[in-house]
Ligand binder design. Structure first.
Ligand code: ATP
Ligand code: MG
Length: 539
């Protein structure tokens, strides 16, 4: 039975353990190599940023911003934060005189502390804070005159408590921070912050790391998950840029031997000056006609963001959505030419794609090309990569107008798909060979079985030399009888056991046992490394 510990990983987070982490490393190393050949350099970003960076760039009407972000107030003055928590969460209604006077004490402390923090510049002298201070002070005065003995007093106190709560909530007691749900916004922030537009354009960056979204955990969907992403910022919006980014992705999946992936592409036109707004209006008009047949989310989106109705996975809406107009038929001549050229450039690069008119990004700063890649063995969470052009984002975040395109790969899902594929082919070859289980290749080259004090000193030296030569070595820290040591070596699936007893040390001839077939040979020390290299191949 598994050990039950008091502490367990938080729901939706996971420990990744060896040997699985070797696969993660291989995937990441492959990304580094492939992206490097396309001229991308790595950017390492903070794991948390101001909340507004995400709410502005991802959009308020998205699942991510409206319900999936891990956000908090980073209290600049911790005592004030605790007082605010108490004042906001005080049980309402206040019943007794004792509770009432305790509450007043907390409010009074809060007012004093807020005033002091604003005066001493520990908190911003912002209009919001000044207003909050004034509101809390005013209501506190009224509250002080109320008495909870009488029903009217109770009512008045209740109103004051509500007003104080609201005012305290509005105070800016620190920075609003969020664990990053994605990294594109951070890359753009860094591009602006470090004036990267002054470098030769475009700037090509990639990142690898964890993202955080409060989602319902299930296969392929976690609360801490990993993305490998890349962004091209600045320069032109030539179709060759879009095609090359997609080519890079496909090269990456190809290098990983990931089978059965499918690439969907689309163009969603330009928001300004021309084609998308007219299409969105047309879509809205068409959707309005069938409003009654749509679910509540899609109904709301007719008003807020009709494009996002096309994203809907609701079964009963699919037949209606199939009849809606396609954006490809409504692109302006420039966008249509761009889209045609992207497709032609993909063909030039031998990239196979499928057009999917429903692939949209519902935000204004997205332009033209969008794409998504799906993989096998993932059930309904089968998207392993999403990407597109976002020419308006850098400007939205306060930078100069900047062309940009990028993608994010869901690494967890990519790994799941690779594992699924390996399992399927193992099952096939097992069936063919009649084998009963899949054995993992061992990563341990040499186990040093030693006995005796002299032998130990030699074993330590041998371990050092072998490791320096690049072999992985296990050296037991305490003396074991040879039989025990060799069975330990077997359990660790070592390839060789180096046997060092006092005889070997005094003769200068070491015994090397090949564990797969049990054969043994004596080697002089200087020949050992050469011999291992020959049998294990280049490291
Ligand atoms: P989905 O529709 O599956 O929720 P998304 O549109 O929210 O995906 P993006 O924001 O485009 O996803 O992120 C790019 C990729 O990151 C996705 O294609 C997916 O592979 C991966 N991803 C997104 N959310 C999660 C998650 N909670 N757990 C694991 N991987 C995720
Ligand atoms: Mg999602």
């Amino acid at each position: 039975m598994a050990n039950k510990s008091k502490f367990q990983a938080i729901k939706g987070t996971r420990d990744l353990l060896p040997p699985e982490t070797a696969l993660w490393n291989r995937v990441e190393q492959t990304a580094r190599e492939v992206f490097g050949t396309f001229g991308f350099g790595e950017i390492r970003l903070p794991l948390f940023e101001p909340t507004e960076l995400f709410s502005r760039s991802i959009g308020l009407d998205t699942d991510v911003v409206s319900k999936e972000m891990y956000s908090w107030v980073d209290n600049a003055v911790p005592r004030l934060g605790s007082l605010a928590d108490v004042v906001i969460s005080w049980p309402d209604p206040i019943q007794t005189e004792d509770q009432f006077s305790a509450y007043k004490r907390y409010v009074s402390d809060f007012v004093k502390e807020l005033e002091r923090a604003i005066d001493s510049d520990e908190l911003p002298k912002s209009p919001v804070n000044k207003q909050a201070l004034q509101d809390v002070k005013e209501k506190f005065e009224t509250l002080s005159q109320a008495s909870v003995d009488m029903p009217e007093g109770k009512k008045l106190a209740g109103e004051c408590v509500k007003a104080i709560r609201l005012a305290v909530r509005f105070a800016e007691l620190g920075d609003y921070l969020t664990l990053r749900p994605e990294a594109t916004a951070s890359v753009c922030r860094a591009y602006i912050e470090h004036s990267l537009q002054q470098l030769p354009q475009p700037v090509k960056l990639y990142y690898i790391g964890p993202m955080f979204r409060r989602e319902r955990p299930q296969k392929g969907r976690y609360r801490q998950f990993y993305q490998i992403g890349a962004e091209v910022l600045g320069g032109q919006d030539a179709p060759g840029v879009d095609a090359e980014v997609i080519e890079m992705l496909m090269t990456f999946f190809d290098k990983l031997d990931l089978e059965g992936i499918e690439l969907d592409i689309n163009s969603i036109g330009h928001n300004f000056p021309s084609c998308r707004p007219a299409y969105v209006e047309l879509l809205r008009a068409e959707l309005t006609k069938v409003r009654d047949q749509l679910g509540p989310d899609s109904q709301r989106r007719i008003d807020t963001n009709p494009l996002r109705v096309l994203d809907s996975k609701v079964e009963s809406e699919q037949a209606i959505i199939a009849t809606l107009p396609h954006i490809a038929d409504h692109l302006c001549p420039e966008c249509a030419a761009h889209y045609a050229a992207v497709k032609q450039q993909l063909q030039l690069r031998g990239v196979i794609y499928r057009e999917n008119w429903r692939l949209v990004r519902g935000l204004d700063y997205y332009t033209r090309t969008t794409f998504e890649i799906t993989a096998q063995g993932l059930g309904s969470q089968n998207a392993v990569c999403g990407g597109g052009r976002y020419d308006g984002l850098v400007e939205l975040l306060g930078g100069a107008p900047t062309r940009a395109i990028g993608f994010a790969i869901g690494e967890d899902r990519l790994i799941l798909s690779l594992q699924q594929q390996a399992r399927a082919s193992a099952t096939a070859s097992e069936a063919a060979a009649g084998a009963s289980r899949v054995t993992l290749p061992s990563s341990l080259d040499v186990y040093i079985a030693w006995m005796g004090e002299h032998a130990y000193a030699t074993a330590v030296r041998a371990a050092k030399d072998l490791r320096q030569a690049g072999f992985s070595v296990e050296l037991p820290p305490t003396e074991l009888k040879f039989g025990k040591a060799l069975s330990h070596a077997d359990k660790l699936s070592a390839k060789f056991a180096l046997i060092l007893g006092d005889n070997e040390v005094s003769e200068g001839l070491w015994t090397l046992k090949t564990l797969a077939d049990g054969t043994q040979q004596k080697l002089p020390e200087p020949a050992l490394i050469e011999h291992l290299r020959n049998s294990l191949g280049p490291l």
